[in-house]
Design a protein around this ligand. Structure first.
Ligand code: FAD
Length: 564
């Protein structure tokens, strides 16, 4: 017997569910409704049209209704909006947006993948400016054409999440002057504050006016007005402050919403109606680390949830292992990836945790394209269970974070990271990969082998005249150092350690944290009890201080920055 499946939404989750349903049931009737003019486009590539990396807007569209019909025998109805669901009759009411005709369609099973819509708050004066949002091909085409025609003196992107960042970068690459305004003290909230500072610098160094910790309070003609009183003259505004799950249909049909405001589903992505499933940006999912529900607006989860739904409809077992959230983004010459929980998230949870911040090379140091990799792993205490990780560098960060994401999924500890057997040859990595290395450092911290302080605490240490010891070589010190730091190179430490007082805490740094770790162990062996490694070393400290120094006029704590 054949069944009739209706799908609301024809992009990531919707198109994926439709294709999988067809693979599992050749005779079934499958109708996919999409209120926009396109199905199955690449949302994730939309920003890349602005720079011309994706040359034509049409290139963003991966499949069209004709292909769906021809290849899959799926009825993909574009410009058709589902207006309501009648759960008792098991039918939906649909409006053909071209003809205006309203009609009904019955279902055996209904899958909702309506996504989420960009938030545009009613900021005073918003009607006086050219505001754009980016959700689909129509949006990006409209923005691109407008910018090409009007050639604005400046574009202001509001919101420093990954969509805002990608839009900013692609506009800069297209030759535009760009301001980026973020209300929080940092962009890309999936990273911890100290990690993201290098990206703040990168954004600034690429000519973007980056404003953090300030928010838009009003608009005027071609003008953005911030809470601080600052005004930005800008003819184009791109609003990317976040998205809101499309829950209109769910509300109308009396389907349950969760505490996040997104749709509530069970482990098989069933709503409280046994014939209605929901997937993608419109739902909330279970976080295995926090043991609570959260919104996870990413393509990978939407695609896989959709596949699971088709499987479940066909009686296959769906083993929903929950979510941790893994993402990657490019920020000019840097790549930045994160998985699991960061310290900001942990601050609100009752979990005792530790962290290791390291800056290893991503390839053997003598290889010409070896780059430093800012790497942070966060673990539970006392179990050592890995809770999250962040990596930022010019090289391959996603590989490292993918390894950690996999490890987290399987409940790994930092000791497990230490022992992982990972591929190695000089053009790809190092014999002890950053992932292994983070396992070593984190295991040492967990076992109390040494103590550390964060690079974010160094300013306070300098202001309080703490004893800071630089163990780099003299030539490195002379190029730039922490003001008031004492210098005893590691190569001289065993002969000169008696110059270091024993009755005060000693904070030690080198370039990236490795030599200073050795110095900490040497001093401990000589009877020093209050010795601390400064995580991230001089390059971490420099990256941490740079952006705020440059944008606020704050007095530097270093003579020169040691930047990577
Ligand atoms: P969507 O793919 O948005 O599809 C929902 C569709 O449903 C929409 O086209 C909408 O028009 C339609 N619809 C809604 N209501 C109705 C109705 N009543 N009737 C008919 N149709 C309806 N994720 C990543 O993992 N990596 C990235 O790099 C990435 N980059 C992104 C860049 C941009 C600019 C954007 C906007 C998103 C990006 N995402 C990225 C997020 C990813 O695209 C989404 O998480 C994913 O598309 C969600 O899938 P979905 O099916 O829930 O919603």
């Amino acid at each position: 017997m054949s069944n009739k499946y209706l799908i609301v939404g024809g992009v990531a989750g919707g198109a994926s569910a439709a294709a999988r349903l067809r693979r599992l049931g050749e005779e079934d009737e499958i109708i996919m409704f999409e209120k926009g003019p396109d199905v199955s486009f690449s949302n994730c590539c939309l920003p890349y049209h602005l720079s011309g990396q994706v040359k034509h807007a049409e290139d963003l569209i991966l499949m069209n209704p004709e292909k769906f019909r021809g290849q899959y025998n799926i009825d993909a109805r574009v410009n058709n909006e589902v207006l309501s669901i009648d759960r008792a009759k098991k039918e939906v009411e649909v409006k053909d947006l071209i003809s205006g005709k309203i009609y009904k369609e019955s279902y055996d099973k209904l899958i909702l993948s309506p996504g989420a819509s960009p938030i545009v708050p009613p900021i005073p004066g918003i009607e006086k400016v050219n505001v754009f949002t980016i959700r689909n091909v129509v949006d990006i085409d409209k923005l691109n054409k407008f910018i090409k025609k009007e050639n604005p003196s400046r574009v202001t992107v509001i919101g420093g999440g990954f969509i805002g960042i990608e839009v900013m970068e692609n506009l800069v690459e297209a030759g535009h002057k760009v301001s980026l305004v973020e209300a929080l003290p940092q962009v890309l909230n999936q990273f911890d504050y100290e990690m993201v500072q290098i990206l703040h610098r990168e954004i600034m160094d690429n000519g973007v006016e980056l404003i953090v910790g300030d928010k838009v309070t009003a608009f005027d003609t071609n003008k953005v007005i911030l809470e601080s009183g600052k005004e930005i003259i800008s003819e184009v505004i791109v609003m990317s402050i976040g998205i809101r799950p499309e829950t209109g249909l769910a509300r109308q049909a009396g389907l349950d919403l969760g505490k996040t405001g997104a749709m509530k589903v069970d482990p098989n992505f069933l709503t409280n109606d046994p014939d209605i499933y929901a997937v993608g940006d419109a739902i909330e999912v279970y976080n295995t680390l926090t043991q609570d529900n959260f919104k996870l607006s990413l393509a990978g989860p939407a695609l896989k949830q959709a596949r699971s739904v088709a499987d479940h409809i066909h009686g296959k077992t769906v083993n929903n292992t929950g979510y941790i959230g893994s993402s990657v983004v490019k920020v000019f010459s840097f790549n930045a990836a994160a998985t699991g929980l960061n310290e900001k998230a942990l601050a609100n949870l009752n979990i005792d945790y530790g962290w290791a911040d390291i800056i290893p090379k991503d390839k053997v140091g003598i290889m010409p394209d070896a780059e430093e990799l800012g790497f942070k792993v966060i673990f539970e205490k006392p179990t050592g269970r890995v809770l999250g990780a962040q990596a930022i560098g010019r090289g391959n960060v996603d590989k490292r974070i993918d390894v950690i994401a996999t490890a987290i999924k399987f409940g790994a500890t930092v000791e497990n990271l230490r022992d992982l057997e990972l591929c190695y040859a000089p053009p790809f990595g190092t014999g002890k990969d950053a992932v292994n290395f983070s396992g070593y450092v984190a295991s040492n911290l967990l076992q109390g082998v040494f103590k550390q302080v964060s690079m974010s605490k160094v300013r306070e240490l300098v202001e309080n005249d703490a004893y800071i010891l630089d163990v780099r070589e003299m030539d490195e010190y002379e190029l730039g150092h922490i003001k008031k730091a004492k210098i005893i190179p590691l190569s001289q430490l065993r002969d000169r350690y008696e110059e270091i007082p024993k009755d005060v805490p000693v904070y030690i740094h080198c370039r990236s944290g490795q030599r200073s770790y050795n110095a900490v162990l040497t001093l401990k062996a000589k009877g020093y009890t209050q010795v601390f490694n400064i995580s991230g070393g001089f390059i971490g400290i420099s990256a941490y201080e740079y952006f705020t120094d440059k944008t606020t006029g704050r007095k530097p704590i270093v003579t020169e920055y040691g930047l990577r």
